[in-house]
Design a binder for this molecule. Structure first.
Ligand SMILES: Nc1ncnc2c1ncn2[C@@H]1O[C@H](COP(=O)(O)OP(=O)(O)OP(=O)(O)O)[C@@H](O)[C@H]1O
Ligand SMILES: [Mg+2]
Length: 744
């Protein structure tokens, strides 16, 4: 470990060590360990509620978020001494703090601990077993770089599924062992039946009957207990696989770039992702039962051959024919199934689209056309469902006589064999029939499994169509996390949206000094929003250079970048929950006081306080209980809650009534204190006080400068200004307002 060199770059903790809470020390120790592994952890990733201590598992999750490998373990002194960690080990202390273990020293029987509050150059302090017992909770975090690549970046496919299933191999092994024993037990009753019929009834031996009864009872007890255990284990494994899959799916979904979501209908994504349910049901249900069936076959088959090879061959052959019949239909079934699924996706898309746009649909009275579209899709889906049922009916029909042949044929042939003296007894014939049912059942269900596999394959493919899109960033933990001052510079930035030819930005260059306000104006479609999107790293495939405080945007950690911005758009989504929750937006370490401060700054305080429940008023989905202006002011407050160095307002006030707009505009100078602002607005009058105004036209910079200068130098700006203020001037004629008097 070259910890010493790295440690020099670690910032000295602010404040006196004795003033820090144990939790603070614990987080610092972990962050120091992370830094040694080459990653700066982001405190905001840890969803920390005030007054709540995060569990070791939550801490491990936090570290893992940054792309490091991390496990929370419970261990002991002996293991600690032997720990040959090729990474960092953080010991969690009883008092809630933590210390990093620099190295174990088995010879002297001590471990060297580093205290996060003391920046030493040495290995720290040696601590012996006795002292550790007093301090240490027994829990530790193991942290190292993730060498096998992040599991999260693996493609979603059968291999991934197989790996996840194999991770549970100890449970699967136990289940399989249990199944083997169960399979053996399950042949006990038929064998005993054979003995009862042949020996007891045939020779009238009472003692044998007693013994057989005893064995039956013991077998019964075993079977009951094993059955219980196996079902429990199956439930455990199902739950674990389920959890892993749903975590993976959701995390991957969130990691996809916004491009993808903009290009793909939400309904389609929802439907495709929904298919993971099918995959899950298969993996935890059908696949498990197939394991049991296989085990059963392996145990039972030799027994059948031992009892009567002729009959055994007959059963095998007939089962084989059944399997072939089913297998032959797989191809056609697959083709029809694909068509059916396609139709279902289209249907699902309409449903979600309708739900999303229900207000527009209602207010434009579009119900009939929506209903028509739905009817057409539903009919198409029904058509293919019918075809699917038709075609899958065939294998089942063809298999039925073979199935009957297996049971009844065995009876006939068995009887014939008994008559000709080839097989020994009536008892063994009965036993054989009882057992052979255990062969044909699994064999046919395995052939049917091929069909299910088809559905699952389609399901895996559909989920993959979503999840296997390129993630937004390959490694969410990588990149710089500078503290921003907020100076922005664009150098010859060219950009076109994927799938379009026209340049949305064409050679854009400008500078915004830290702490100033930049106004962005231009006609609709001129590229204003695009500039703000590039700034937030939403679109990253641009040419040229964008820098914040001289650091190339591409080098900056994406999560960090976005968290450093506050953004308010024209339409803002409020989550369901109280106003307070919406303002805090799950950010760590913030309280109601911050919410009130932000609300005041955004001019939202007065209406929140007039609400019946104040900050605890619940915002419904789509926030119908708030007016557009109130919603907007809440959004502005939400953007200000974490006091961002950079604030983007994209048409944020255009939905406001003049009164609330004036309220926000009056606050702009207070809002702008200490931060860089980029304000896009169609209303030029709200931009006159900006330090600079950038005039865009068709992706190009027309001019940049303060209002008064632009009125003289920039024709586009002058035209826009005159357009907007012609009626204003007649309206306000006589009033003297510096903002409204053109400089020229
Ligand atoms: N997601 C997108 N995919 C493809 N093209 C886009 C996308 N967003 C914007 N564009 C195109 O890029 C160009 C610039 O759009 P932009 O949204 O930056 O304009 P704007 O100046 O913000 O306009 P407005 O004032 O109407 O908001 C437009 O021609 C638009 O059609
Ligand atoms: Mg725009």
């Amino acid at each position: 470990m070259d910890s010493d060199t790295r440690k020099l770059t670690a910032p000295v903790p602010e404040g006196a060590p004795q003033g820090q809470t144990p939790l603070e020390l614990r987080l610092q120790a972990i962050m120091m360990a992370g830094r040694e592994q080459g990653v700066d952890l982001d405190r905001d990733d840890l969803r920390l509620q005030p007054g709540q201590t995060p569990s070791p598992a939550a801490l491990a999750e936090w570290v893992a978020l940054s792309g490091l490998w991390c496990r929370a373990v419970r261990t002991n002194w002996k293991a600690l001494l032997k720990l040959n960690a090729n990474g960092a080990v953080v010991l969690l202390m009883k008092d809630g703090s933590a210390a990093q273990m620099a190295r174990p020293d088995a010879v002297r029987n001590v471990v060297w601990l580093k205290d996060p509050s003391v920046q030493t150059e040495q290995d720290g302090v040696p601590v012996d077993e006795l002292r550790i017992a007093q301090l240490w909770s027994g829990e530790a975090l193991l942290i190292r770089p993730d060498r096998q690549g992040k599991a999260d970046s693996e493609p979603w496919n059968f291999m991934w599924l197989a790996r996840v299933v194999m991770a549970e191999r100890t449970i699967i092994r136990d289940i399989t062992l249990g199944s083997v024993v169960m399979a053996f037990l399950s042949v006990v009753p038929p064998m005993l039946t054979m003995i009862v019929i042949d020996k007891v009834v045939g020779y009238k031996v009472m003692s044998t009957l007693v013994m057989v009864s005893a064995v039956l009872i013991v077998a019964m007890i075993y079977e009951t207990v094993l059955g219980y255990v196996r079902r429990q284990l199956t439930a455990v494994i199902a739950l674990r696989l389920d959890l892993k899959m749903s975590l993976f799916v959701f995390r991957r979904l969130l990691g996809l770039s916004i491009d993808y979501f903009e290009r793909t209908p939400t309904g389609q994504i929802g439907y495709l992702i929904g298919q993971s349910q099918k995959v899950r049901a298969f993996v935890t249900g059908k696949m498990m039962s197939t394991i049991f069936d296989l085990v059963n076959l392996i145990v039972v088959l030799p027994l059948l051959f031992w009892m009567s090879s002729t009959l055994a061959w007959m059963v095998l052959a007939l089962s084989g024919v059944m399997a072939v019949v089913i297998a032959l239909f797989i191809g056609p079934v697959r083709r029809v199934y694909a068509r059916y699924m396609e139709a279902e996706v289209k249907k699902g898309t309409i449903l979600v689209e309708t739900l999303h746009g229900i207000r527009t649909i209602k207010s434009l009275a579009l119900e009939p056309s929506q209903r028509d579209a739905w009817d057409r899709r539903a009919a198409e889906a029904a058509h293919w469902r019918r075809k699917l049922d038709d075609i899958s009916n065939w294998p089942e029909t063809l298999v039925t006589p073979i199935d009957a042949l297996i049971t009844r044929g065995v009876l006939m042939v068995g009887a014939y064999l008994a008559l000709t003296g080839e097989t020994t007894s009536v008892g063994s014939l009965m036993a054989f029939m009882m057992i052979s049912g255990r062969v044909s059942g699994p064999l046919t269900s395995m052939a049917k499994l091929l069909q299910d596999l088809e559905e699952v394959r389609a399901g895996v493919g559909m989920v993959g169509m979503v999840l296997n899109n390129r993630p937004e960033v390959a490694n969410p933990g990588a990149g710089l996390r500078p503290r921003f001052d907020g100076a922005i510079s664009f150098r010859d930035v060219k950009f076109s949206y994927p799938g379009t030819k026209a340049r949305a930005l064409d050679g854009v260059a400008f500078d915004v000094p830290a702490g100033t306000i930049l106004g962005l104006v231009g006609r609709s479609g001129s590229g204003k929003s695009t500039i703000t999107r590039l700034l937030q790293g939403i679109n990253r495939e641009y040419e040229g250079q964008i820098k914040i405080d001289g650091v190339d945007l591409r080098e900056i950690n994406l999560g960090h970048l976005r968290r450093s911005f506050g953004v308010v758009l024209q339409e803002n989504f409020l989550f369901r929950g109280s106003i307070r929750e919406n303002l805090l937006a799950g950010r760590t370490g913030l309280t109601l006081i911050d919410a009130v401060r932000a609300a005041r700054l955004a001019g939202a305080e007065e209406f929140i306080e007039r609400m019946p429940m104040g900050y605890e008023t619940i915002v419904e989905e789509g926030s119908p209980n708030l007016s557009g202006g109130q919603r907007q002011r809440l959004a502005i407050a939400r953007a200000l809650i974490h006091d961002p160095r950079l604030l983007i307002l994209d048409e944020a006030t255009s939905a406001l009534d003049p009164e609330s707009e004036a309220l926000v505009n009056a606050n702009i100078s207070r809002i702008a204190a200490n931060r860089t602002m980029v304000i896009v607005s169609h209303r030029l009058s709200s931009l006159v006080d900006s330090d600079q105004i950038l005039v865009m036209d068709r992706g190009k910079v027309m001019d940049i400068g303060p209002h008064a200068q632009l009125l003289e130098t920039c024709t586009v700006y002058r035209q826009l200004w005159q357009q907007q203020n012609r009626h204003m001037e007649s309206f306000k004629s006589g009033k003297k307002s510096s903002a409204l008097v053109p400089g020229g």
